[in-house]
Design a protein around this ligand. Structure first.
Ligand code: BGC
Length: 412
């Protein structure tokens, strides 16, 4: 018998996220800004002023609080804090102190990410993330920033989606530094493991009482029931490489695991590079504006698998949808949360859910076309408009429950 609502555990934390380079705007000193200037992004777009968040963070936190959020995932931009190797920008450090203090003043717990894809330009001379010295250079920066922020921050994320950074930047060559090399990809993955472990110890040393973990991208690998042996073997190898390889090596130095879930993938799709190549015997699913399949049950599978494998508390640190017209976002949220609760009911220790994103922002190689925000941003003026789905999510944040009977805005 299905009840009228799905109630989350007491103390479950609700919120949303954003990252520095995607939202702040006005920073030229990192590898992404250079990649953008060189034409690396769709239709030659550059992040420029982005979502104007560098100046408007207090307004954004006020909106998040008004929408019932209790936590906000945000990142510190390494290239602002250390624009030249060993030279610390005290103004930038003071800025981030103001940011985390402002989050607290608005009743939001800041979940601070220390590395969210971007790197200072000077890191090039060390071979970016291939270089053997990079984990230690990262650790220096972590010590420098974690100490002044520690008073306001109790949840730290070391590295955001390390395997995506390794894959997109060093294997597929679609992100900076645009390499295509297996050897580099392995070195980068291993250096990002070292970076996590060094940062974990450093933050615990300098930032006071807190919890520290990585945030990993997870994909639900699915196969038709009677998939050929080749696809089944390939499917499990991909599952291991994408979802577990990194975590298996860093979980002994993690207080929690941040899971970032967006979609499923089939071996056929990956081999053909065609997102429409859904094999016979599998249902076609609705898609986001970016063509990603909407597969809420995948959140259940990936959370359950991670819990069974690691036994560490889990926070869903990202989950969201590119949906410029806000037609599918509410239903997306509802369905993912219903499946998340199933994983919790089966024993997974899940502590919170942060929707991606608080604001429309610069979606990396897709530029500004993909709109993930609960809040719409007019990029020219910076004006913010709360979307109907943000109001829908607000009810969930305030009640800790997902109604199965209340109407969902734009339920197509
Ligand atoms: C990243 C975000 C990104 C989101 C949607 C994650 O891979 O952490 O920066 O905007 O997914 O693609």
């Amino acid at each position: 018998m299905i009840g009228q609502e799905v109630q989350f555990p007491a103390g479950f934390v609700w919120g949303s996220g954003i990252s520095a380079h995607q939202a702040e705007g006005g920073n030229d000193a990192n590898d992404w800004a250079r990649f953008e200037r060189a034409g690396g992004v769709k239709r030659g777009q550059v992040s420029g002023p982005a979502s104007h968040h560098f100046e408007r963070y207090a307004e954004d936190f006020a909106l998040a609080a008004e929408l019932g959020h209790q936590a906000v995932k945000l990142s510190v931009e390494w290239s602002r804090v250390e624009p030249r190797k060993g030279q610390w920008d005290e103004g930038a450090i003071a800025h981030y102190v103001d940011v985390v203090r402002s989050a607290r003043d608005h009743g939001l717990s800041p979940y601070v990410v220390l590395h969210h894809f971007t790197n200072p330009l000077w890191l090039e001379q060390y071979g970016w993330w291939k270089g053997g010295e990079t984990p230690a250079l990262f650790e220096r920066y972590v010590r420098r920033i974690a100490e002044p922020l520690g008073h306001w921050v109790d949840t730290w994320i070391t590295v955001n989606e390390p395997m995506l950074l390794a894959g997109a930047g060093y294997l597929f060559g679609v992100w900076p530094p645009q390499e295509r090399s297996y050897r580099s990809t392995w070195s980068v993955a291993r250096n990002l493991m070292k970076a996590h472990i060094l940062a974990y110890d450093a933050v615990h040393e300098v930032a006071g009482v807190c919890r520290v973990g990585p945030a990993v991208n997870v994909t639900a690998f699915k196969q038709p029931h009677r998939a050929p042996l080749r696809d089944r073997v390939l499917g499990s190898s991909l599952d291991w490489f994408a979802n577990h390889y990194y975590i298996d090596r860093v979980r002994h130095r993690s207080d929690f695991i941040g899971i970032q879930y967006y979609s499923r993938a089939t071996v056929q799709q990956l081999l053909s590079g065609d997102p429409l190549a859904v094999p016979d015997g599998m249902r076609r699913l609705p898609k986001t504006d970016m063509g990603w399949e909407i597969y809420p049950k995948g959140l259940y599978h990936t959370v359950r698998d991670m819990w069974q494998r690691c036994g560490l508390p889990i926070i869903v640190t990202e989950n969201g949808i590119a949906d410029a017209n806000d037609e599918r976002r509410s239903l997306f949220i509802r369905d993912h949360l219903v499946w998340l609760k199933r994983a919790i009911d089966e024993g997974a220790d899940v502590r919170g859910y942060l929707h991606w994103a608080l604001l429309d922002n610069f979606e990396w190689a897709e530029g500004f076309d993909a709109r993930f925000g609960l809040i719409e941003v007019d990029y020219a003026s910076g004006e913010r408009t709360v979307r109907p789905s943000a109001r829908y999510y607000e009810k969930i944040c305030r009640s800790g429950a997902v109604s199965l009977v209340d109407p969902v805005p734009f339920d197509h």
